[in-house]
Design a binder for this molecule. Structure first.
Ligand code: ZN
Length: 382
């Protein structure tokens, strides 16, 4: 082995290390931290703790309301200016432990919407409050399923978790009914600065967008000359938009921009035809979901802003879909509301995929929309 070999190896290593450092930018780190955090509906505290630190660093004055929502304002907030609320939810879909049987297998209850087909033979974690215990959702192997198509669909009442521990061990570790279960998925960069895989991008990707928007506003303070921008990170969205119901009382907004998952349908047909929205096509502006009809003037204004600033955007309409803005829209005396999404492939499963350009374009679009709002434009939307 020559010394030249070592010089070469060192150079190769140095290059790969430095490029790894360049690639792992601040946004990727924030996305990873938020995606990896465990916070099923009703158990959002680990996510909220991360946000509290981020929001504090951006000079946001925040409080936690009685439901557990994190609500915050810039210190320049003034009751004389109209208030724009930018909102996303902290919770993710998961399960709740309901029973421990004599052999140590756990029964669970879904929290939020899952397709039954995707929950089998997966790795999960049960949070005890002090530690995370790994658990596997077992499924009969092919050897015992002579004809897998002849068995009826397996529903959630048949689902169990196997921790490898017996009942006595589980009880000693503090496992009991009422504890949260979330996918044991780690965030991964598929292509640097381009595509990411991970769990809970619905709606953690949008919590990361909120942080980047705060940073943008902090370095472009003129955005706050005509309006207040306030923020809410809500609880319990996935179990029926429960947390958002108390947000109005804390922030009294005049307009709401809700940030959510877009449902990408751009992969090869399985049960759904390929159709928009697609990854890389830009943020989606919802024109319809079952929970809310957005304010059409606000929708038109967002589309015009995207066009004028050459920001790609896509239209989205979802029947099986509700979101938090619906709870704000009819609060107080009512207000213009809209839902904006980042397209996610395979949402509400162990792992989804998002595109960095969509993320960046969402931050851009929000900044441009906010800069076009003032008392007059908001009133004219009524
Ligand atoms: Zn969501």
């Amino acid at each position: 082995m020559s010394s030249k070999f070592w010089v070469k190896t060192f150079i190769v290593l140095a290059i790969s290390f430095s490029s790894a450092l360049i690639w792992a930018d601040a946004t990727e780190n924030v996305l990873a931290e938020l995606s990896n955090a465990h916070g099923v509906s009703g158990f959002e505290k680990p996510v909220r703790k991360i946000l509290e630190k981020q929001w504090k660093e951006q000079g946001i004055n925040f409080e936690i309301d009685g439901m557990g929502n994190l609500v915050g304002k810039f210190s320049s907030y003034s009751a004389k200016k109209p208030t724009i609320l930018v909102m996303a939810h902290m919770d993710e879909v998961g399960f709740l432990v309901t029973q421990i049987n004599e052999n140590g297998f756990l029964r669970v209850q879904p929290l939020g919407a899952w397709v039954t087909h995707v929950v089998w033979s997966q790795k999960w974690v049960i949070g005890t409050g002090s530690q995370y215990i790994t658990a596997i959702s077992g499924m009969d192997p092919p050897h015992v399923l002579a004809d897998e198509f002849s068995i009826p669909p397996v529903d959630f009442s048949k689902m169990f978790l196997d921790t490898g521990l017996n009942k006595k061990d589980l009880q000693a570790m503090g496992i009991r009914p009422g504890l949260p279960v979330t996918p044991a998925t780690k965030f991964q960069v598929l292509k640097a600065n381009k595509r990411y895989a991970g769990k809970a991008f619905d709606d953690r990707a949008m919590l990361a967008v909120i942080l980047d928007l705060m940073k943008y506003i902090n370095s472009n303070k003129e955005l706050l000359e005509k309006v207040n921008v306030v923020f809410a990170a809500t609880v319990q969205e996935e179990v029926g938009m429960r947390g958002a119901q108390t947000v109005y009382a804390s922030l009294k907004p005049d307009l709401v921009l809700n940030l959510e998952a877009g449902i990408a349908k751009d992969y090869p047909t399985q049960f759904t035809e390929q159709q928009p929205p697609k990854l890389g096509g830009g943020p989606t502006v919802f024109i319809y979901d079952w929970s809310m009809l957005p304010n059409p003037n606000l929708v038109a204004m967002i589309a015009k802003t995207a066009k004028n600033n050459k920001i790609p955007m896509q239209w989205e309409s979802e029947y099986n879909y509700g979101q938090d803005a619906s709870r704000l829209q009819s609060s107080g005396q009512g207000m213009p509301a809209v839902n904006i999404g980042i397209p996610i492939r395979y949402a509400h499963s162990h792992i989804g995929i998002i595109d960095r350009d969509d993320y960046n374009n969402t931050v851009k679009l929000l900044a441009k929309v906010i800069s076009s709002l003032d008392t007059k434009t908001i009133k004219a939307m009524r």
